[in-house]
Design a protein around this ligand. Sequence first.
Ligand code: NDP
Length: 331
Amino acid sequence: MDIFKPLDLRKDDLNITNIENIEKVRCLIVGSGPAGYTAAIYASRANLNPVLYTGLQMGGQLTTTTDVDNYPGYPDGVSGQKMMEDFKKQAERFGGDIRFGIATAVDFSGRKHKVTFDDNKIVEADAVIIATGATAKYLGLESETKYAGMGVSACATCDGFFFRGKDVAVVGGGDTAAEEATYLAGLCRKVYLIVRRDTLRASKVMQNKVFKSGNIEILWEHQTVDLFGDNGVEGATLVRKKGTYEEEIVKIKIDGFFLAIGHNPNSEVFKKYIETDQVGYIITVPGTSKTNVEGVFAAGDVQDSHYRQAVTAAGSGCMAAIDAERYLSEL
Ligand code: NDP
């Protein structure tokens, strides 16, 4: 892949009129998950006086999970919400300026990078770190919202442990679904893999792992239409295709329902300038956080379709701050 393929850049389309004050900063961080906060900790300690805008979901995806047991340094586990508050406090301790705001437009056409927040404020930065994360896709059922944190999850690695010895279902037929089903099969009594077609999209290696597992049952050509339960998820209602016109309603008893139908990287606002892959993940120079625009760096899930863990996001946030610091010192 040609990492530095020039993009068709459009000049200043910040969608703003009548803005008098443009705030100038050295280092701007967009996003407040583990990647953004870690970048803020490192950038503050390097005297870059970073300004961090949190985005709509302050703390990122982790704030939607219950306990985090796999982040080093928390031997007794910690709630995702509390962990993100700790990250924020640590960033503020060294002078990180954390603000609420959503990036609504960018102009990366010049050496100074401009980002508009909430359609009414422009921040001009020498270096920008994009850490806007990704959002798990959901089926769009009302019951998914009703049972959020009560049996519905989009991360088996984060939440699978709570379903040890129980029956669960994973929706999806790609590598993530195959990986999550295999992971859960090691913890749970039974795993239903709900696949909407009669074939898996996952790679052959991952498929073989699923087929070899003794406690994964694949429900081919099934679609989930509802979840039910009095105290959290107790089951799911599925529709099975039977021939071209016939359908059959199937109910399964489960305690956990895991979505694995893909993620959307939150890169839309940057796409006019920043190169992404087909799905929208920002492409960085391997082993660095550098994007195709000088002085713009990316960290965390917005550039990582593979690992997607809090600890790897934090690590890449550290990388981005160090890359930004070196870039600024060479300016
Ligand atoms: P994918 O887009 O590859 O797969 C999504 C799956 O979800 C597909 O099977 C799709 O079905 C199904 N799906 C989508 N929408 C619905 C819906 N509304 N109802 C039911 N099923 C639905 O996403 P992944 O997250 O699996 O993978 C993303 C990328 O990351 C891929 O490139 C993958 O290879 C990579 N990856 C690699 C891993 C590894 O190498 N270890 C691990 C995880 C991911 P359908 O097939 O019918 O479209």
